[in-house]
Design a protein. Structure first.
Length: 382
C-alpha cells in the first residue's frame, strides 16, 4: 500500500433523534435528501472532488442501510484498490466492546486504520452536513501555516453564535481562543466540525485522551482546548459557501425548499463539483396528460398524474389524479393517492397518503407535517 498524503475519517454514526420519525430506522447520514441523494453523499462527493481517495466511514446507529448504500464506494469514484471507502463500525475486543463515547473516541477506536495508511495528514469530517468544499484548498492553507491543526470555520449571525463552538483568531488566522457554545461570544466565527490534523499529533493526542478519565473524548470539548493549552499551532480555514446541518424537522424542510427556484442557495447542478449518489437506476420520470409540475426537483421513476408545486419528489414517488402536493418533500417511494392534498409536509420512504386525505397546513406558525417510513395515512388520521 502506497503512503497517502491525506486520508479522511468520516463520522457517520449519528442517530439524529431530533429528526424524529425520519431517523427511526436509519442513521441521520442515510436520510434521503434532495430527490436522489442521502445526506452522506455530500461529504463523500467533497472527498472525491478534492482528490481524497481513502475514506474511513465510522458507522454506529442502525448501520445496515448505510453499509449497503456505500457498497464499494464506486458511486463516488472511491473504489480504488489502493484506498477507497472502508466501513469502520464499533467492534468488540478482548476487554469488551461499546458504542463510541464521543467524536474523538470514535477515531481513537480506529487508530489502526490511520496507522495502516500512514498519512501525513488526517481530515476529520461529519457525515450529516450539507455543503460543497474543496478540502485541498483547506489542506494547502494548513501547510502554508505549518499548522498542527486547522479548523474550518464560517461566520454566523451574532444572535446564533452561542449555539456553536466559537473561535477567536489573530490577524494571521491563528486560533487564540476556543469556547464551546459560549453565553457571551466574543467572535462569530463558528467551528464547522471539519478538521485537518498532522497525523502523528492526532494519534498521540487521542491515545493520551483515551486514558483520561475526566475527558468526554470529544474534539470540541476536549481535544481542541487541550492542544490550544499546550501551545500547538492551531489555525482556521474560513468557508463562506452554503452549509447546513439539518438537525431538526424544520431545518430539514427549510433546507429542502432552499434547493428550489431559479437561483437556489445550493446548486445541485454544479458540474465542477458534482454531488454523486448511489441512487438506483430507474426509468425516467413520467408526467401524465393531466399532470403538472412547477418549481420542483423530480427524481427518476416518479409518476405525476396530479399537480406538484415547489416540492421535491424523490425517486419512485407518486402523485395521483387530482392530487396536489405543494411546499413538500416526498422521500423515495412515497405515494399521494387521487384527490389528496399535501402541503408543507415531509412524507417518509414508501409512505402512503390515501385518497382525498388533507395533510399539512399553509399556516407557517404550525409545525411541518411529517409521517414516517412505510406509514399509511387514511381519512380521519391526518
Amino acid at each position: 500500500m502506497s503512503k497517502k498524503e491525506c486520508i479522511a475519517m468520516l463520522l457517520a454514526g449519528g442517530q439524529g433523534s431530533r429528526l424524529g420519525v425520519l431517523t427511526k430506522d436509519v442513521a441521520k447520514p442515510a436520510v434521503s435528501f434532495g430527490g436522489k441523494y442521502r445526506i452522506i453523499d455530500f461529504a463523500l462527493s467533497n472527498c472525491a472532488n478534492s482528490g481524497i481517495d481513502t475514506v474511513g466511514v465510522l458507522t454506529q446507529y442502525r448501520p445496515y442501510l448505510l453499509h449497503s448504500y456505500l457498497g464499494t464506494g464506486g458511486a463516488w469514484n472511491l473504489d480504488e484498490s489502493d484506498g477507497g471507502v472502508s466501513i469502520l463500525p464499533p467492534y468488540a475486543t478482548q476487554t469488551g466492546g461499546a458504542w463510541y463515547a464521543g467524536t474523538a473516541d470514535a477515531v481513537t477506536q480506529n487508530i489502526g486504520f490511520i496507522e495502516q495508511n500512514d498519512p501525513e495528514y488526517v481530515l476529520i469530517l461529519s457525515g450529516d452536513q450539507l455543503y460543497s468544499m474543496d478540502y485541498q484548498a483547506m489542506l494547502e492553507n494548513h501547510k502554508r501555516h505549518e499548522a498542527d491543526l486547522t479548523v474550518a470555520v464560517m461566520p454566523v449571525p451574532w444572535e446564533e453564535a452561542s449555539r456553536f463552538g466559537i473561535i477567536t483568531q489573530d490577524e494571521d488566522e491563528r486560533i487564540v481562543k476556543f469556547t464551546e457554545k459560549p453565553n457571551k461570544p466574543d467572535s462569530n466565527l463558528a467551528s464547522m466540525g471539519i478538521y485537518i490534523f498532522n497525523a502523528k499529533l492526532l494519534v498521540d493526542t487521542l491515545n493520551a485522551d483515551a486514558v483520561d478519565n475526566t475527558s468526554e473524548h470529544d474534539f470540541g470539548n476536549d481535544i481542541i482546548p487541550k492542544l490550544l493549552a499546550d501551545g500547538k499551532r492551531l489555525y482556521t480555514y474560513e468557508y463562506n459557501g452554503f452549509w447546513r446541518d439539518v438537525g431538526t424537522i424544520s431545518s430539514y424542510h427549510e433546507t429542502s425548499m432552499d434547493l428550489l427556484g431559479a437561483n437556489p442557495d445550493f446548486d445541485l447542478f454544479d458540474v465542477k463539483a458534482p454531488i454523486m449518489s448511489n441512487a438506483s437506476t430507474r426509468p425516467p420520470a413520467y408526467v401524465g396528460a393531466n399532470g403538472s409540475i412547477d418549481d420542483c426537483l423530480v427524481g427518476n421513476g416518479c409518476r405525476i398524474y396530479g399537480k406538484a408545486v415547489h416540492s421535491i419528489l424523490s425517486t419512485d414517488s407518486f402523485v395521483g389524479e387530482r392530487a396536489i402536493v405543494e411546499d413538500s418533500v416526498l422521500l423515495p417511494g412515497a405515494s399521494v393517492k387521487a384527490g389528496a392534498h399535501v402541503v408543507r409536509a415531509i412524507l417518509g420512504e414508501n409512505s402512503i397518503v390515501e385518497e382525498d386525505v388533507v395533510l399539512g397546513s399553509v399556516d407557517q406558525t404550525r409545525d411541518t407535517a411529517v409521517i414516517g417510513n412505510d406509514v399509511v395515512v387514511g381519512k380521519g388520521e391526518e
